[in-house]
Design a protein around this ligand. Sequence first.
Ligand SMILES: Cc1ncc(COP(=O)(O)O)c(C=O)c1O
Length: 317
Amino acid sequence: MATKAQILTVDPDRWRHPPRPPILRQIGNTPLLKLEHVTAGLRPGVEVYAKAEWFNPGGSVKDRPALRMIEQAELRGELTPGKAIIDATSGNTGIGYALVGAAKGYRVVLVMPENVTSERKQLARAYGAELIFSDPLEGQDGAIRLVREMVAAHPERYYYPNQYDNDDNWKAHYYGTANEIWHQTRGRITHFVAAIGTSGTFMGISRRLRELNPNVRLITVEPADELQNIEGMKHMATAIVPKIYDPAQKDGEVLVHAEQAHDMARRLVREEGLFVGLSAGAAVHAALQVARRLDHGLVVTVLPDSGAKYVSLGIFD
Ligand SMILES: Cc1ncc(COP(=O)(O)O)c(C=O)c1O
């Protein structure tokens, strides 16, 4: 029998969505993989699992919110065929929009700092997205400011999902990723650890897990300071804070240096065969810190994207 929490979290709009193009039906339901080697030295009752989000068709966790934000805007009538989708993105959400836009027939305009890796730029362009570059010295926040100016100048041209303030960002994880983790661990998860950028992954998964088990511990991962550049992650104390981020939701946080994220990304590919990106390295570094303090427990983290997008940085050489 379904519990009260399970009944409450069925997506109320599930039956109103138009049929999805076939490739978009492949978003979600990613594997949950046990880490078997980097976990050496943990107590016998402690396990660490990771959600392999590069199995999504656009190659990252951000396919999920991109699809939900666009579908919900269609349902509300805010996104109509003549409009272009525009947003500020360090790359992965942009690739998600570009994928959904290509499959559904929308123009997609992406604003990003010029220093984003060339692989990401090429990927978004391959899907047909138009790229506009903001000042690299202003980071992600510079891209957000530029989008706001463009939309204010021509509101009739664009639909601006604004992933930082859009509840459908975290709801993609609340209705999707969190339930997958709950089923894949058979409800045994004790700790959830996630790197935060917009915070959508963390907020959506942790809200749902807390409903299913109030004792689950929820831990965020941030760069140790504003100089640690880990693509996709935000140092909240010095950044424009996303409206969807609620720090009261977390029980703890782990701060990671870029070098530690690089080291763990290298270990994951060589010791586990998991070719993942830098925020995944940061997330696993943090998950292991949490796991080392436990006598018993099942720690889950998220591997947001693959290492393929980072080869030009030379960190895997
Ligand atoms: C590589 C990477 N890691 C982590 C994140 C953070 O995810 P979220 O925005 O859900 O907090 C992102 C977001 O764009 C990302 O691209």
